[in-house]
Design a protein around this ligand. Structure first.
Ligand SMILES: Cc1cc2nc3c(=O)[nH]c(=O)nc-3n(C[C@H](O)[C@H](O)[C@H](O)COP(=O)(O)OP(=O)(O)OC[C@H]3O[C@@H](n4cnc5c(N)ncnc54)[C@H](O)[C@@H]3O)c2cc1C
Length: 298
């Protein structure tokens, strides 16, 4: 792990950028908006647009990030096929929960005025409690606010049961962060089995699952289950990352009249975006292998 991290640290920025190119819309808010428009007009695909940002600590950097999100809301308004995703570590959680919640609330309130949905991404296990607390506090006031849960964590069934009673949009994914064996499953087939189970639990409890996986058999299994259960097509959606090659599967979903939404990150400043991507690679070195496979085939 130490050696892998050193190699990732030493990777030159331009190489990281080359790796990231298929997975990002480009530089600036306009690139995110253009990508969302293009995906929808050409392919009928929805987007959730996200700023690629390094964890920020200084108040001025947090405020700059809030301002980017407020400008994104203005730029994305009147697009029912777009939503926005964001992370607590870019919005002041390193300073305090109250400060971060205040920033999040400003963004969610501004988005509500334009009927734009905001999803609060889930980071590693150290942030799970605080992220859920902030989500619940703001969800009590605004309907346009959703959350992410990770099927690898043992706690997730209880977290689903403890969601607010009113319908919540919940992105359910296996989770990108490697977590220790005392809190999380350690192999992917088990995480994916749990993901399938939690789609059912979310529906049982009246929530809207956003099924985020690129695993084709799992997506097809979910489709078969949702059809068999007679779940209306506007009661759930599928989500994938921009750049992961799943064209046929995505088109099959669009043709069935179901929503497929791609995660569309853009960079304001490549310097921060490269730091962020290195951190993600260090947290999950297997991702580098997936990127290589996608770029150069199996
Ligand atoms: C829209 C969206 C939002 C997400 N938000 C969060 C979040 O808030 N918190 C969180 O912890 N995790 C998040 N994730 C990541 C998620 O938890 C998984 O780590 C990721 O989706 C890979 O799991 P998988 O189910 O696709 O299965 P895997 O078996 O990991 O992947 C299946 C295949 O998909 C491709 N693939 C998957 N991921 C990548 C990648 N990053 N780059 C290139 N190719 C890839 C590979 O070809 C791989 O073989 C999100 C994922 C998506 C799609």
């Amino acid at each position: 792990m130490g050696l892998k991290n050193t190699i990732i640290d030493l990777m030159p920025g331009p190489l990281v950028r080359t790796f990231a190119a298929p997975y990002t819309a480009g530089k600036g808010i306009a690139s995110g908006v253009a990508k969302a428009d293009d995906l929808h007009s050409r392919l009928g695909i929805y987007s959730t647009v996200d700023l690629l940002a390094e964890e920020v600590f200084r108040r001025e950097d947090v405020e700059a990030t809030v301002q980017v999100y407020l400008r994104m809301i203005e730029a994305l308004k009147d697009r029912p096929y777009a939503s926005i995703s964001l992370k607590p570590t870019s919005l002041g959680i390193n300073e305090s929960e109250t400060y971060c919640q205040g920033n999040l609330r400003r963004i969610v309130e501004a988005a509500a005025a334009h009927r734009l949905h905001i999803t609060l991404d889930m980071e590693d296990r150290h942030f799970t409690d605080v992220t859920l607390r902030m989500f619940k506090a703001i969800r009590a006031e605004f309907d346009n606010f959703g959350i992410v849960l990770q099927s690898r964590l043992f706690r997730t069934a209880e977290d689903i049961k403890a969601l607010p009673a009113k319908r919540c949009k919940v992105r359910i994914c296996i989770g990108i962060y490697s977590e220790p064996a005392d809190v999380a499953l350690q192999n992917k087939p088990d995480m994916k089995e749990k993901l399938f189970e939690y789609v059912q639990l979310l529906l049982d409890r009246g929530h809207y699952p956003e099924i985020a996986t690129h695993d084709e058999p799992l997506v097809r299994r979910c489709i078969e289950y949702l059809d068999r259960r007679g779940v209306p097509k506007d009661a759930y959606e599928f989500q994938m990352l921009l750049g992961v090659p799943r064209t046929q599967l995505q088109q099959d979903i669009v043709k069935r009249g179901q929503i497929i939404r791609l995660y569309v990150p853009f960079a304001e400043d490549w310097k921060y975006a490269i730091h962020y991507m290195k951190r993600r690679l260090a947290a999950n070195p297997a991702m580098a292998l997936m990127v290589m496979k996608n770029l150069f085939g199996k």
